[in-house]
Write a protein that binds this ligand. Structure first.
Ligand SMILES: Cc1ncc(COP(=O)(O)O)c(C=O)c1O
Length: 410
């Protein structure tokens, strides 16, 4: 789909865009009509009967095992170029991170974990607890908003069990060369966990090309979907390597389907099977049917738009935003090189105080002006305003942001 030619139609899917100049997908996306409509459809099915009867799978079902779940997995796997057996649904990055770090990986004294000072704290918070087991935390410091591959190389060694990255950091948009990170980590036998919530939905992520081990997302940011759904990816050859202590009985590898209706149903004999040999063995019972309906509608929109078309537009708007902000004397804190970023752009007007003032003026402008939604964010010495340029934004909106910022700086 040619996004430039359909931008009015696309923007109509997000009613809040009429009221705000919205550059905040990196925080939480405004609702899309497509997913609200799908959720309403699901709720109206609830009103007319049991959702279980709508799309049953097998002789006896549960609400969350509707065909919608399987459609979501199919579409989500295509979005990241994975096989559908490598993908399941997850709830939040935090829950999936706990699964990977505290359940799947077995830590020993002397192991180390490599991460950076630009990572979102939900993972470092889990890692901190590993110190009790004698695990060394190796935090790489950013250099001008960038995590250098040379620093990765220096820190990763044969005792590294895990390299944890935010594919795109939420603080300044720096985007890792994930393929290289994986190459370095794998040379030392370390796993790579890629928190890609700030990348999937904005750019074309190819998990096989990058050779990543684990990847997680959430649908409510750049993927423009509802909260409570997301992609959990595990590479095919790792699926059977782990035996999670979190046991989801629905994904037992039954020879004849879920045994609820068997005449001699026995709650041990008929359940005493290992977990299935696909990514669903890691699904943590987080399927909420209305949310799945909404997520499915979101993934359908992405299929229609084409992730490559989305990426092209996101990158173009990101570059335009940088150029225009530089023109008015703002300092760009995002690495300028296109391969190290996408549309998530961070800038400062010169000081935290003046950024804070601009942020509050953007949110509560004089009467008659639309609020501008951006985030004020600060970490690892990278302090300033975060502008998330997504496919539905326009150059005119960026001009408006820049003109308002210029006035505030005068
Ligand atoms: C990189 C990254 N990971 C994770 C999250 C959210 O994590 P959680 O769902 O664990 O709260 C965010 C939110 O801003 C984020 O930017």
């Amino acid at each position: 789909m040619n996004l430039d030619g359909h931008i009015g139609e696309i923007r109509d899917e997000f009613p809040m865009l009429k009221h705000w100049t919205f550059f905040d997908a990196g925080d939480q996306m405004v609702p899309g009509k497509y997913w609200l409509d799908a959720m309403h459809e699901c709720l109206s099915l609830y009103e007319s009967g049991r959702i279980e009867d709508v799309a049953p799978v097998g002789p006896v079902t549960h609400p969350f095992l509707t065909t919608t779940f399987f459609e979501c997995i199919d579409r989500a796997s295509k979005l990241i170029h994975a096989k559908k057996t490598e993908v399941t649904n997850m709830y939040r990055v935090m829950t999936a991170s706990n699964l990977i770090i505290n359940d799947l990986l077995k830590w020993e004294k002397g192991d180390n974990v490599v991460f950076s000072d630009l990572d979102y704290p939900s993972i470092p918070y889990i890692l901190l607890n590993l110190q009790k087991k004698g695990v060394e935390l190796r935090r790489i410091k950013n250099v001008n908003g960038e995590i250098l591959l040379s620093d990765m190389e220096k820190n990763i060694d044969d005792n590294t069990k895990l390299v944890s990255i935010d594919r795109t950091t939420p603080w300044c948009g720096f985007t890792h060369n994930v393929k290289e990170v994986c190459r370095i980590a794998h040379e030392h036998g370390a796993f790579v966990y890629d928190d890609a919530i700030q990348a999937v939905g904005a750019i074309d992520v190819d998990v096989h090309k990058d050779n990543v081990d684990f990847l997680t997302t959430g649908s409510y940011k750049w993927q423009c979907g509802p909260e409570g759904a997301g992609i959990f990816y595990i590479r095919e050859d790792l699926i059977e390597k782990f035996d999670p202590t979190f046991r989801n009985y629905f994904w037992a590898d039954f020879p004849t389907g879920i045994p609820f209706a068997l005449p001699d149903h026995d709650n041990i004999k008929h359940w005493n099977y290992p977990l299935q040999k696909n990514a669903n063995r890691y699904e943590q019972g987080v399927c909420v049917t209305p949310i799945l309906f909404g997520w499915n509608a979101t993934l359908k929109l992405y299929e229609k738009m084409g992730i490559k078309n989305v990426e092209r537009r996101v990158r173009e708007l990101g570059s335009y935003c940088i150029e225009r902000l530089q023109e008015i004397g703002c300092k760009i804190l995002t690495p300028i090189e296109p391969e190290k970023r996408h549309g998530l752009i961070k800038y400062t007007t010169g000081s935290y105080e003046s950024d804070k003032k601009s942020h509050s003026q953007f949110n509560s402008p004089p009467l008659g002006e639309k609020p501008i939604k951006v985030s004020l964010r600060s970490v690892g010495g990278v302090d300033g305003m975060r502008v998330s340029c997504h496919f539905f934004n326009t150059k005119e909106e960026i001009d408006e942001l820049v003109e308002r910022q210029k006035k505030l700086m005068a």
